[in-house]
Design a protein around this ligand. Structure first.
Ligand SMILES: C[S@@+](CC[C@H](N)C(=O)[O-])C[C@H]1O[C@@H](n2cnc3c(N)ncnc32)[C@H](O)[C@@H]1O
Length: 256
């Protein structure tokens, strides 16, 4: 790099659950100032449209089961763009610190002398809770929240089943849509009562959000989820069975 050229900065930004009005102001300002934008597949067009027309926009993929750019390629691309002196935005769905690989990307960039900033976002679990009217913690019933993932790999589901079976924990399961039935069966086998409430929310925080399932773990074990192809979050715990908090505004919640 020529000595007169100062390296740019990379901001690792949470885009929220997919509605532009759930971006934080700091995230919005970062996107509006972007010179290069590397974005995940869950970031919708209405948010990408907030970047300047001259901004270089690169999709990096990252939807389960679909082709994504390999992580080392993403890392090298961010580095190269920052070394060209550009203001680089790495835009991720939800919050970058929740299943967003922010730790790996930050460590890589810092190891190469690039300044970084992390800007948080609204994670899918918070968006689902707000939209469908349940809390994630509830006095006396849900003292802990566990953000976890449930992906079937070679037909098996790995998880910390002892933590998952904790009756006072609300489980927010990311990337688990395809494994919902198996997850429910495993939770019951691990000791979580079959009557424990469970909900499955698709596209939380967006106008097209739908609750694909509301019932018990036993019901989820048998359910056939008919989604529209949007991202799916599973919530297990007493909070999912509480009467919905009255919503005054915001996107309509569609319940199956
Ligand atoms: C790689 S993880 C990223 C999570 C993201 N960093 C967050 O904080 O929401 C992707 C998974 O998050 C969940 N997810 C993301 N956005 C969602 C949304 N709007 N509604 C429901 N689930 C969502 C889905 O389980 C999806 O498979």
């Amino acid at each position: 790099m020529p000595p007169e050229m100062k390296p740019g900065r990379v901001r690792l930004v949470g885009a929220g659950p997919g509605a532009a009005d759930l971006l934080t102001l700091r995230a919005l300002r970062a996107v509006e100032a972007a010179e290069a934008l590397l974005y995940d597949a869950l970031v919708p067009e209405e948010i990408l449209a907030l970047a300047p027309a001259a901004c270089l926009k690169i999709q990096t993929g990252k939807r389960a089961g679909r082709t994504s750019m390999a992580q080392p390629t993403i890392n090298r691309l961010m580095l190269r763009l920052a070394r060209r002196g550009l203001q680089v935005i790495r835009l991720k769905g939800g919050d970058p610190s929740i299943f967003g690989r922010v730790g790996e990307e930050a460590a890589f960039l810092q190891a190469h002398g690039i300044e970084i900033e992390v800007i948080p976002g609204v994670t899918a679990a918070c968006a689902a809770a707000a939209q469908f009217g349940f809390p994630l913690t509830h006095r006396g019933e849900a003292r802990r929240v566990v953000f976890t993932t449930a992906r079937l790999e070679a037909g098996t589901l790995s998880a910390d089943w002892a933590t998952a079976a904790d009756p006072e924990a609300t489980l927010c399961v990311y990337m688990g849509g395809a494994a919902a039935g198996e997850l429910a069966r495993r939770l019951i086998a691990a000791g979580r009562p079959a009557v424990t409430p469970a909900a499955v929310v698709e596209s939380a925080g967006r106008p097209e959000a739908r609750r694909l399932f509301a019932g018990s773990l036993a019901g989820l074990a048998e359910a056939r989820l008919a989604g529209e192809g949007g991202p799916v979050l599973i919530v297990v715990g007493e909070v999912a069975g509480l009467p919905a908090v009255q919503r005054l505004s915001g996107p309509r919640a569609v319940c199956a």
